[in-house]
Design a protein around this ligand. Structure first.
Ligand code: DAH
Length: 346
């Protein structure tokens, strides 16, 4: 025990009470600073005799060391506390799920078109693509719809420069594809040989001045064409029947042809289907148009209309998509709302 011990106890208490490095430095000054209490004690040695000085000096140095020890210990404590504080503030929860990039998916109508291509592909149909800006010839005249034909009024559309228009249907692809096909096989034709059958579908965008819950100014169609020497209405019905069964994944389905009129087919029909079960059970739903290709159109293909015969059809991929997924407003497909579209991600 030393009469100076209480000083050490006091210093320890003051250091402990210092909660920041600045407080601690102030406390240090009070004890071992220039005029701190321990420093003052050392200054007091000057008045003592050499022997007293020796004993007293040793005692003061001892407590000075203890005060310094306490100071250093508290410094480390505060530094450690500060580090912990900082670590806590910058804490990273490595178990949180990362921020991912949103994954895209195909549009529901694109999914349908892929299905349509795959199904008709399995029946030996080629897939063709063509321009959305069309000439009057391919869109109308070649399809037996001359300039003054009343059927044109149902196809009001968007005209662009040079008498071109946004195609009102995919039917012009019948002529574009057939003409190329006939050209490719022209030699056979001149030798009197048979031109191979034409079997093609042509899906794509089409345009008309029309807008409500079931019509959009831009919509999709899928044209189909099968031309040969002996292609009949019975073939048309079986091709479409097989297609719908595959597309909707059910054999519980009826198909009916309703007499209709299209300038480029004769006879012509509207195609309806009815499901034998499910929410739409028993309701006839119109899903497209079809017919036997008109001889005038066959001639525009560059083929002998006495020899070649067949059928064409036009399906609505938008409508098929609505039926398949139970969507009741066509506009949802074209609003671009990710909340809607992401539901079809596969
Ligand atoms: N092009 C017709 C339309 O847009 C649909 C159509 C009907 C296409 C009968 C055909 C067909 O190929 O044979 O209204």
């Amino acid at each position: 025990m030393n009469d100076l011990d209480p000083l050490v106890t006091e210093a320890r208490a003051e250091f402990a009470a210092a909660l920041t490095p600045a407080d601690l430095e102030n406390a240090k000054a009070r004890f071992i600073g220039k005029s701190g209490r321990v420093t003052e004690l050392l200054k007091g040695l000057a008045a003592l005799t050499p022997e007293e000085k020796k004993a007293r000096g040793a005692a003061i140095n001892q407590i000075k060391q203890q005060v310094e020890g306490a100071l250093n210990a508290r410094r480390s404590e505060l530094a450690e506390a500060e580090l912990q504080e900082q670590l806590k503030a910058e804490a990273l929860d490595v178990t949180l799920p990362g921020r991912r990039r949103g994954e895209g998916g195909l549009h529901p109508v694109s999914l349908s078109i892929e299905r349509i291509e795959a199904i008709f592909g399995s029946m030996g149909f080629d897939v063709a693509d063509g321009p959305e800006i069309e000439t009057d010839w391919f869109n109308f005249t070649a399809l037996n719809t001359p300039a003054d034909h009343p059927a044109r009024s149902m196809h009001d559309t968007f005209y662009v420069e040079g008498g071109h228009l946004l195609r009102t249907h995919t039917s012009p692809m019948q002529v574009r594809y057939a003409v190329q096909h006939v050209k490719r096989h022209a030699e056979r034709e001149t030798r009197g040989e048979r031109v191979p059958e034409i079997r093609v579908i042509a899906p794509g965008r089409t345009y008309r001045v029309d807008s409500d819950a079931t019509h959009s100014p831009m919509f999709h169609q899928c044209e189909g064409l099968w031309i040969g020497e002996n292609v009949s209405f019975a073939d048309l019905k079986s091709v479409l029947g097989d297609f719908f069964a595959a597309f909707f994944e059910t054999n519980d389905l009826n198909i009916r042809f309703r007499p209709s009129f299209f300038p480029f087919t004769e006879p012509s029909a509207e195609v309806d289907i009815a499901f034998a079960s499910g929410p739409l059970k028993g309701r006839w739903l119109e899903v497209g148009g079809a017919g036997q290709v008109h001889p005038n159109v066959v001639r525009n293909f560059g083929l002998d209309a006495e020899r070649y015969i067949g059928f064409a059809f036009g399906l609505g991929p938008d409508r098929l998509t609505m039926l398949r997924y139970g969507v009741n407003d066509l506009r949802l497909f074209f609003d671009g709302d990710v909340r809607f579209l992401s539901q079809f991600k596969v």
